[in-house]
Design a protein around this ligand. Structure first.
Ligand SMILES: Cc1cc2nc3c(=O)[nH]c(=O)nc-3n(C[C@H](O)[C@H](O)[C@H](O)COP(=O)(O)O)c2cc1C
Length: 207
């Protein structure tokens, strides 16, 4: 075994290690509006479910790599408006999602830049990505800085699903959704090898 002391390792190397082992990661493709109404879109793979009732999501936003630019626009917008939409990236949207990850100036409309259409939401002001097969309208519950990143806890208010994605028993058809996940570095996965779960045995305290 090789062991690493993450307390003393260079942060860039620690980032490579941790993002290489915590994978595949789902991607929140987040749409927000600035306080002046500019549309912003950016992907975040530090993303998971934080609570099931109420349904809350968690995502983590790091510092911008552009010196002197301050916060990423998504964080500025979330702090200013408290609203965001988490769009799920299906395979046909991979290229647009990657394009939207460019750190472009806040004045640029990132729906136009990424080449995607916007659709109005029901209860939040930011638009969703019209082509996304699933979109989740969210309102911020809490934001908190942890280390180099800021965590955003967001309550899901509405879920939009394209036809054929969910059945009457609320089961999502993964093959129809084909969600893109981030792997190590700049690599992605879409094909899921689905294997049935082995049976979970009942716990028998006597045995
Ligand atoms: C697939 C993917 C996942 C990403 N995940 C994160 C993440 O979890 N946290 C983060 O701070 N940046 C992440 N990034 C980088 C941001 O998307 C990038 O910094 C973006 O320009 C931020 O945009 P904004 O300034 O408009 O908010 C990711 C990029 C890609 C391509």
């Amino acid at each position: 075994m090789t062991s690493f002391d993450l307390g003393t390792l260079d942060p860039g190397d620690a980032y490579k290690l941790i993002t290489g082992v915590v994978q595949p990661r789902p991607i929140a493709w987040v749409s927000t509006l600035s306080s002046s109404g500019r549309r912003n879109l950016a992907p975040f793979s530090f993303f998971t479910i934080a609570s099931r009732a109420p349904v809350m999501l968690f995502l983590s936003i790091g510092e911008t790599s552009r010196p002197g630019h301050g916060q990423k626009d998504t964080l500025s917008n979330v702090l200013a408006t408290g609203e965001l939409v988490v769009n799920i990236v299906s395979e046909p949207l991979l290229e647009s999602m990657v394009r939207s990850s460019a750190e472009v100036p806040a004045e640029i409309d990132e729906f136009d830049y990424a080449g995607v259409e916007a659709a109005a939401c029901d209860v939040v002001a930011p638009p969703r990505v019209a082509q996304a097969r699933v979109a989740l309208e969210c309102r911020t519950e809490e934001t908190r800085r942890w280390g180099s990143d800021t965590g955003v806890l967001a309550r899901v208010l509405r879920m939009h699903t394209a036809d054929g994605i969910v059945d009457e028993r609320f089961h999502i058809d993964s093959a129809a959704l084909r969600p893109v996940a981030r792997l190590a570095g700049a690599t992605y996965s879409v094909e899921q090898v689905m294997i049935p779960s082995p049976p979970v045995p009942d716990w028998d305290p006597v045995a």
